[in-house]
Design a protein around this ligand. Structure first.
Ligand code: CTP
Length: 407
């Protein structure tokens, strides 16, 4: 048997990037050969094995053919006769379809090196279309390598467009899609992921609520970029520049969905968009089964981001409601993430990227004022049950009034 390093490990070594996990392909072997060498099978009927020591993935060289919709609809053929070239041709991108032996000799039948030099994400063959997840993968690679100057080859974009129009994307499971989306959002330039999906028509299928924001104007006084879609991409860009966590990036992407529902006669104003957007945010959250912390933050940011911007003008009673909604006493971290998302929203506007955001410290101060109310003296006064709750709220309100006066 011959063993080759394949895929991302080869690509990233040639790009001079750190290699994290290594995938191997094994040519000229049977399942029995692998088991005899102590490899552990990954699934009952999939020709992928884990190395007994390193735990790295070793796959038998295989050909694949699509037999139905979605990812389940695959038949594959793994046998010792399948050649390295046959295995490489079923892969997604030329830059991912190179193999290397233990002497670092490269096998590159589909010109991955040429495309690395040309900074092109190009599909290997029409077999690309056999896995619709690849539309998301290419957009994710575009986001990751944008700063190196990579773009999607026009013919690959065209194939992605056809796949998006074919209805194939609807067959993707929430889990597979979310894995790509979350990884893409954590890249350096997550806005490129959304741009590429939009360009090939996949955004309209996957997140029509986000796609609908492009072409929707906002008042120029607050939003020099005017277009709500452009603004959303800038907010995401800021979130990445400021190294915000996934929760904040997800909330950044979804915070303004309500603006896509405004009747044209009301443009460029978006009255109550915060509230109107909630059902859309909920729908996107559920479509991809986003983790609970992402879902929660997106909904809270959607509902309260304009409160964040107006923090300094809010009445103490409104400030208290805001803090209560976030349960800032038990969930301080979530409130910090809300503040961060508001700040990214404020900076994700053309020419205002460097603006200061005094609301952030003001909100932090308000949270600590409310949190400083001690419960023990109220218990000592004999408050119990719902009355205790009311008494705590009254004290917190007092603390917030004092805070606002001295601020
Ligand atoms: N691959 C593919 N189509 C997919 C998934 C994977 O063709 N839908 C192939 C590609 O050759 C890819 C390899 O399998 O390089 C390994 O896939 P994976 O580990 O998911 O990605 P990497 O390319 O290693 O990229 P990353 O750095 O994102 O892990």
């Amino acid at each position: 048997m011959q063993i080759y390093k394949v895929g991302g490990a080869v690509r990233d070594r040639l790009l001079g990037k750190p290699v994290t996990d290594i995938d191997w392909v094994v040519v000229g072997a049977t399942t029995e050969d692998m088991l005899a060498k102590g490899f552990r099978p990954v699934g009952a009927d999939f020709p992928v094995f884990l190395h007994p020591k390193s735990g790295e993935e070793y796959a038998l060289a295989r050909t694949e053919r699509k037999s139905g919709r979605g990812y389940g609809g695959f038949t594959f053929h793994a046998s010792p006769e399948v050649t390295l070239e046959e295995d490489l041709i079923r892969r997604d991108l030329t830059i991912n379809a190179m193999a290397e032996d233990d002497q670092q000799n490269l096998t590159d039948p589909y010109h991955g090196q040429r495309d690395l030099k040309a900074r092109l994400l190009r599909h290997v063959s029409p077999a690309f279309a056999e896995d619709p997840l690849r539309v998301l993968r290419v957009a994710r690679f575009a986001a990751r390598y944008a700063k190196l100057g990579f773009t999607v080859a026009p013919e690959t974009l065209e194939l992605m467009r056809q796949l998006s129009e074919s209805g194939e994307l609807e067959a993707l499971t929430a889990e597979r899609s979310w894995k790509e989306i979350s990884r893409a959002l954590l890249e350096d330039q997550p806005q490129v992921f959304i741009e590429v999906l939009r360009e090939c028509g996949a955004l309209k299928v996957l997140m029509p609520e986000v796609d609908a924001l492009f072409g929707v104007p906002q008042p120029e006084a607050h939003h020099p970029e005017v277009d709500t879609g452009v603004h959303t991409l800038s907010v995401l860009e800021q979130a990445a520049l400021h190294q915000q966590p996934l929760t904040v990036r997800w909330a950044s992407l979804l915070h303004d969905l309500g603006k896509g529902l405004t009747p044209e006669e009301e443009w460029p104003r978006h009255i109550a968009h915060e509230h109107k957007g909630l059902k859309l945010i909920k729908a996107v959250n559920e479509r991809f089964k986003a983790p609970k912390d992402c879902q929660e933050l997106a909904l809270l940011v959607g509902q309260y981001h304009t409160h964040g911007h107006r923090a300094l003008e809010l009445k103490p009673s409104t400030l208290l409601e805001l803090l209560q909604s976030f349960d800032v006493y038990r969930r301080p971290q979530r409130f910090e993430e809300f503040i961060a998302a508001c700040e990214m929203d404020a900076r994700g506007r053309k020419g205002l990227e460097q603006r200061s955001y005094p609301q952030a410290d003001y909100l932090r101060g308000a949270a600590s004022a409310a949190r400083s109310v001690a419960v023990q003296p109220l218990l000592e006064k004999g408050f119990k049950g719902p009355e205790l709750g009311e008494a705590i709220k009254r004290e917190r309100l007092k603390a917030l009034k004092a805070y606002k006066e001295q601020a």
